[in-house]
Design a protein around this ligand. Sequence first.
Ligand code: GLU
Length: 479
Amino acid sequence: MTVRVRIAPSPTGNLHIGTARTAVFNWLFARHHGGQFILRIEDTDLERSRPEYTENIMTGLRWLGLNWDEGPFFQSQRLDLYQTAVQKLLAQGLAYRCYTTPEELEALRETQKAKGEAPRYDNRHRHLTPEQEAEFQAQGRSFVIRFKIDDDREIVWNDLVRGKMVWRGSDLGGDMVIARASESGIGQPLYNFVVVIDDIDMQISHVIRGEDHIANTAKQILLYEAFGAKIPEFAHTPLILNMDGRKLSKRDGVTSISDFKQMGFTAEALDNYMTLLGWSPLDSTQEIFTLEAAAKDFSFERVNKAGAKFDWAKLDWLNSQYIHHQPVDQLTDLILPYWQEAGYKIDGRERAWLEQLVSLIAPSMTRLTDAVAMSQMFFTDTVELSAEGSQQLQQEGSGAVLQGIITALENQPQLTETTAQDIIKQVVKAQNVKKGLVMRSLRAALTGDVHGPDLIQSWLLLNQVGLDKTRLNQAISKA
Ligand code: GLU
C-alpha cells in the first residue's frame, strides 16, 4: 500500500505547536514508509481564515524542515467538488434539507436540558414531503443539508494509537449538518464533510491527527461508507498538556512556532522535542536525534495514549545540546539575526572575529537569544559596571595593576594568547601581587563584571576591535 498522509491546518491562527507536532508525526510516518506527505489548507471558514496565517503556517513548516510532497491545496478552491458530493448524497436520499430555525433548535435544546439529556437534533425534518418543503420555502425559511446518522449504528475502527474504538450512532448528536444554506442553494460545506471528500480525493491512506478529533472520526467513517469509499486507517495522537496536566493553551504563553523561533529555539531542537512529545525511539535512552533518524524507527506502536506534558526545561536542555554541538560557522549564521535585531553593529566586524566570539559564548548558551546579552560588551564602547565589578576595582592595588597592564600592552605590538599571559605574569612579578588580583581586576575592567567567559579569549577579542585599552583607561579612572 502506498502511504499518503496529510497535514490539514486551518489558517485561523499562526502555526500552533499542536499542529506542528501532528505534522511531525505525519512526516515521520510518510518518510518511514517512503510515502507522500501532503499539505492541505482548510480555509473554508472564510471569516476567520487569513492569508497571513497561511503564510505563517507554510514558513513554519519549512523552517522545521517538514517539507511536503504535494500541495498546498486550498479547500476554498475546491468548492465545486464539495457541491457535487452534496448533490450526490441528496440524490441517494442519504442527506436532506432541514428547515428547522435557530429558534426551534434553541427550544429543542432547552427541553432536552430540562430533562437532563444531552443536546441533539431530533431528526425532525428527515422525512419531509415535497409539500411540506414547499411550505417552508414559502415561509422564507432557509435550510441546511443534514446527513442521516442512524442511532443504532455501531461504528468501530482499530485506531493505530488507541486500539479498538467503538462509537454508537446515538452518541453523535443526531443527523449532522454537512452544508449551510446560501441564497443560491447549497452553501458553505462544513469541516467533517469536506475533510472526507478531500481525503477520498487525495487518496489519503492514514489520517493522523490529534485526539480531539475522535468524535469527528466516527462521523467521518459514516460518510466514507455513504460514498462507498475505502476507509483510511486512523491514528489519534495524544494531546499536548501543560505542566498542570491541562491542554496546552494560549494561557500557557507561547504556543506558535514563530514564537518559539523568536525565543531562540533552533528548528532541530524543536523537531527533536516535538518528536518526543508522545513518541519514544526503540532505544528509549536516546534523546537526541534528527527527524531523519527518528523516521527510520517511527511507528505508532511507540506512541503513547496518555497526554504528553510540555516541559520547558527539557526543551531548553535539548536546545542547549544543539547549540553546543553546532559547528561554529552554522551557529554564527543562526545567531546573526538576533544580534541584528538587537541593533549590534556587526557590519564592521570580520567574520573570523564573529566566529571567535561565538565559540567563546556558545558553551554557556541555552537559547540563541542568550547571545544578545552575553555578547553585548563586545559591541559597545563602554561597559556597565556591576556592583561586584565596581568593588573589585576599589580593591587595593587594582589601579596600579591596570596601569601596569596598559604600559605592558603599549610595549607589546601584538596581543596573542601567549603575550597576554606574559603581560599578566610580568605585572604579578613587577608589583609583587597575587595573580588572582590581576585576573579579577582585568576582568572587571574589560567586562564590568567578576564572572563571565574565558578572560584571555575575551581580552583578545576586545583587543582586536580596539576596545581593551579604552576599557582599561576608563576603569583606572574608577579604581
Ligand atoms: N483543519 C483541522 C484542524 O486544523 C484538520 C483536522 C484533520 O486533520 O482532519 O484541526
